[in-house]
Design a protein around this ligand. Structure first.
Ligand SMILES: C[S@@+](CC[C@H](N)C(=O)[O-])C[C@H]1O[C@@H](n2cnc3c(N)ncnc32)[C@H](O)[C@@H]1O
Length: 215
């Protein structure tokens, strides 16, 4: 069953709050995780329906973890689903999550969408993911909203932060100005969608320019 079909069938269950165009993005990036022993973190539990959706779609081997500031979200725990309570920018909360469940194979940030929170979670969790982990930040239209600390080309918005990460991804080719760092060496790809940014981890291998000569 596709994730979209599962979502459309979510009647009489806990609520899920997603934009429709996110489903092809989820399916593109998370499909390889299905029916594997993976650990999946969603920041922002809401009504608990999305944690159940991930559990159904990922299959019986997945461990699904939710992080939320609201203590009542603890009530959404069930087999395969764990909920921890805390602020997504609080390093001791994030560190405890990684110690207990990490390294995560996938992370979805659907929490406060406040720029400083989104960046703090990303900076702490991304380097501590599985080497082939996928980190997806959604609702990034908030990067353009003042109420969330955003704005067009606003320094500190997560979209601006991500634009700078494109240079760090390519740092090995930049002769002066951006030095390669762990992000350069551990990131395979970045994807920008409407309101969503996805990071795919993967160790950097030596690159060779090769030419095949058909003659
Ligand atoms: C949009 S809802 C999540 C919806 C859910 N992921 C879904 O798809 O149905 C956002 C959630 O983030 C939580 N949240 C807000 N600020 C937070 C913060 N600073 N740290 C952690 N969670 C936060 C809210 O309590 C709320 O449950």
């Amino acid at each position: 069953m596709s994730l979209w079909t599962d979502f459309l069938g979510n009647r009489g269950r806990r609520p899920i709050h997603k934009w429709t165009h996110y489903f092809p993005i989820y399916e593109r990036h998370f499909e390889p995780l299905r029916n594997r022993s993976v650990t999946f973190l969603e920041i922002g539990v809401g009504g608990g329906g999305s944690l159940q959706m991930w559990k159904r779609w990922l299959g019986p081997l997945a461990v699904v973890v939710g992080l939320d500031v609201r203590p009542e979200c603890k009530g959404f725990e069930e087999d395969q689903i764990h909920v921890r309570i805390g602020e997504q920018k609080d390093i001791s909360t994030l560190s405890a999550l990684v110690d207990e469940f990490g390294p995560f194979d996938a992370i979805v940030d659907d929490g406060s969408h406040v720029m400083a929170d989104v960046t703090a979670s990303f900076d702490y969790l991304y380097p501590r993911m599985a080497t082939s982990g996928v980190y997806l930040v959604e609702d990034m239209h908030t990067s353009y909203r003042r109420a969330y600390g955003g704005g067009l080309r606003q320094e500190g918005s997560f979209i601006e932060y991500s634009k700078a990460l494109v240079d760090r991804l390519n740092a090995h080719h930049i002769r002066k100005g951006v030095d390669p760092d762990a992000f350069s060496d551990e990131t395979w790809a970045m994807h920008f969608y409407d309101s969503v940014v996805v990071f795919e981890r993967g160790p950097r291998r030596p690159r060779h320019a090769m030419h095949s000569d058909p003659s």
